[in-house]
Design a protein around this ligand. Structure first.
Ligand code: GAR
Length: 190
């Protein structure tokens, strides 16, 4: 059974969806949720599924504490699901091709520092984009620049608002993210 660690900073709807999905199969389990936000809803969601939660500060992430905690778990995949801090290089170096992120836009567009959640959906509507989508990619030392693994898009109309765009993105994320995680785990050689 492979082990997944999820990092999340907010609501955790993706985290919960992944937890639920892997409860139903024998390939992998979510073994821990890590968060930098002591009031994040993801904490309650994880606890409802009896998943241990690790809460840490930005400093703890940058020092060696969190790397050590991850190494104790020895995960097969680290999944960033709405994790809003920059992921530290000392962890990235230790887990090549084992850290992925979901981004609520079609990278390389609408990526980079400050581009997250509703900020993106507002920019998409302001720019009258005809489509948007999701990107699942490996994490490297630059925000949203690691190799893209998967993208899915959705058409927008003149009637779309940031809120309806968020709903469309949410649907794509719920549908695809767990399946892509499963595919990555199945293809892992080590
Ligand atoms: C998701 O839409 C995810 O793609 C986005 O944050 C949301 C988290 O929702 N991530 C980013 O914007 C990262 N740059 P959730 O907490 O309900 O899963």
């Amino acid at each position: 059974m492979k082990k997944i660690i999820i990092f999340a900073s907010g609501s955790g709807s993706n985290a919960e969806n992944i937890i639920t999905y892997f409860k139903k199969n024998q390939i992998a389990k979510v073994v821990s949720v890590f968060t930098n936000n002591a009031t994040a809803k993801v904490i309650e969601r994880a606890k409802n599924h009896q998943i241990p939660v690790e809460i840490f500060s930005k400093n703890e992430l940058l020092e060696h504490n969190i790397l050590q905690k991850i190494q104790e778990i020895d995960p097969d995949l680290i999944v960033l699901a709405g994790f809003l801090l920059k992921f530290p290089e000392n962890i990235i170096e230790q887990y090549p091709h084992k850290i992925i992120n979901i981004h609520p836009a079609l990278l390389p567009n609408y990526g980079g520092k400050g581009m997250y959640g509703m900020h993106i959906h507002r920019a998409i509507v302001n720019n009258k984009e005809k489509e948007t989508g999701i990107s699942i990619h490996y994490v490297n030392e630059h925000y949203d620049e690691g190799a893209i693994i998967f993208q899915a898009n959705v058409t927008l109309t003149d009637e779309d608002t940031p809120e309806t765009v968020a709903e469309k993105i949410h649907e794509l994320e719920q549908k695809h993210f767990p399946e892509i995680i499963q595919t990555i785990l199945e293809q892992q050689i080590v």
